[in-house]
Design a protein around this ligand. Structure first.
Ligand SMILES: [Zn+2]
Length: 307
């Protein structure tokens, strides 16, 4: 595995080197105070490597203050190693495998991976997906459902909606159901109205389709699955296929509570894929920009390590 060789890089082995590297990435113009945002007005603390005192607010900070890595006891080089591994593996990586590779306890690894997924969460695209002369494929699928007690229940399934711009980006959403009432607000707020949208022939999309510059529907039941190389939803179906293989093959099953986070992970990799010119290292660097300004308390009520 060629990827492992890259892990011998000093950034992944040495905490001080990891910190220096992250500083160059997050502070290209100089130290920025994580408390008040002042740039280049800090004094390095000789007694505490990697720490600075802000001359403006007088508080002390390091490169991880005000980020998702703040107050973590995990050495920074392990964070960078985990970030690289999750960014470089197409189908994701199980907590068990990550735990073995980075040498951090299973429980801590589980929390680290969710922090990294949070950093991958890109928020909204300012101008929306699609646009004039662009096609966005829209589809929904059901994920998971491993019954805890097979005797009494049908396995629960969670619905996911994905919006995929051809040759562009994807956004996926965990949705409570696939009614027009649920889907419409998501679709109209994330897809530019000048877009040509492509869906299957489910009636839920009929009225929504009228709000866009065009709407084609591919009929799964008929032979017109791929019509004229244009009239299809293959792109979104491929996306779901990778997502599901990842969820089933790598993560085995995920609880509904965390499904949106796995969606963010797969969206991020798709949106920074090799085909768009991103290397593993570039993808990791972009992901790490996403730790800034986000904070999670170490443990939230809805979190428990269950993969
Ligand atoms: Zn400050």
């Amino acid at each position: 595995m060629a990827k492992v060789n890259q892990l011998n890089n000093a950034t992944f082995q040495d905490e001080a080197k990891a910190r220096e590297w992250l500083e160059t990435q997050l502070w290209p113009e100089g130290q920025t105070c994580g408390h008040c945002g002042t740039l280049g007005e800090a004094t390095a603390l000789s007694t505490r490597p990697g720490w600075y005192q802000c001359n403006a607010c007088r508080k002390q900070f390091s490169v991880t203050v005000g980020t998702l890595f703040e107050r973590s006891h995990i050495p920074l080089n392990k964070w960078l190693m985990a970030a690289f591994l999750i960014c470089a593996s197409k189908k994701g990586m199980s907590t068990h495998q990550m735990h073995r590779m980075i040498g951090v306890s299973y429980k801590s690894t589980w929390f680290m991976m969710h922090r990294i997924r949070e950093a991958m969460n890109q928020g909204t695209f300012p101008s929306g997906l699609g646009g004039k002369n662009k096609v966005v494929e829209i589809d929904e699928t059901y994920v998971g459902g491993k019954a805890k007690n097979r005797k009494n229940k049908i396995p629960p399934k969670a619905a996911m909606l994905a919006l995929v711009e051809r040759d562009g980006s994807v956004r996926s959403f965990r949705v409570p159901n696939v009614s027009a009432t649920t889907l419409r607000p998501i679709i109209v707020s994330h897809v530019n109205r000048a877009t040509y949208i492509m869906t299957d022939d489910a009636p839920v999309y009929t009225a929504i389709g009228r709000e866009f510059s065009g709407h084609g529907s591919a009929n799964h039941a008929a032979e017109e699955y791929v019509r004229a190389q244009f009239w299809h939803t293959n792109t979104v179906e491929n996306y779901f296929s990778i997502f599901k293989r990842g969820i089933i093959g790598t993560y085995h099953h995920v609880s509904e509570t965390h499904l949106h986070r796995y969606g963010a992970e797969f969206d991020f990799r798709h949106n920074h894929r090799v085909g768009l010119g991103y290397s593993d290292r570039e993808r990791t660097t972009i992901m790490l920009q996403g730790i800034v300004g986000k904070r999670l308390t170490y443990r939230r009520l809805d979190e428990r390590p269950n993969r």
